[in-house]
Design a protein around this ligand. Structure first.
Ligand code: 5GP
Length: 127
């Protein structure tokens, strides 16, 4: 069920619980700004999620409300995770879903990193 990105942050969302260590995850990377872990239901050979440590529902409130340090730290972390996963030379794809049309299901901002194989056309099969 897609989430409403204008709702207030819910401290009981599944990624908040992963950040607090209340639910296990396959950690890939962590620093002051971000935490990265493997997606539980991978959609590509490599499918890693990167989330900010701050309480942000989506790219919308993160881009509007986060400090420059949080944004800079998070963007650098996404790049670092791709490097750790060996994705720079073969290439990879970033995706952030926002709200209903984006198909966002977890109300804590996350960037998907896909790679490890050719990823095909970008989006929207009109047929
Ligand atoms: P969204 O559709 O919100 O952009 O993506 C949510 C992603 O979170 C999905 O790819 C889904 O497989 C993943 N996910 C949902 N619950 C869990 C979980 O408990 N652990 C992990 N590692 N990934 C999860």
């Amino acid at each position: 069920m897609p989430i409403d990105p204008t709702e207030p942050y819910d401290d009981n969302n599944i990624f908040a619980k992963i950040l607090r260590g209340e639910i296990p995850s396959k950690k890939v990377y962590e620093d002051d700004w971000a935490f990265a872990f493997e997606d539980i239901n991978p959609q590509a050979e490599i499918h890693t999620l990167v989330i900010p440590k701050g309480r942000y529902v989506s790219w919308d409130d993160f881009s509007a409300e986060a400090s420059d340090a949080e944004i800079g730290g998070f963007v650098r972390a996404v790049g670092e995770v791709a490097r750790i996963r060996g994705l720079v030379e073969p290439g990879y794809r970033l995706l952030a879903n926002i709200g209903a049309h984006g198909g966002q299901e977890v109300p804590h901002l996350h960037v998907h990193i896909f790679g490890g194989q050719p990823l095909g056309p970008m989006i929207w099969n009109k047929g």
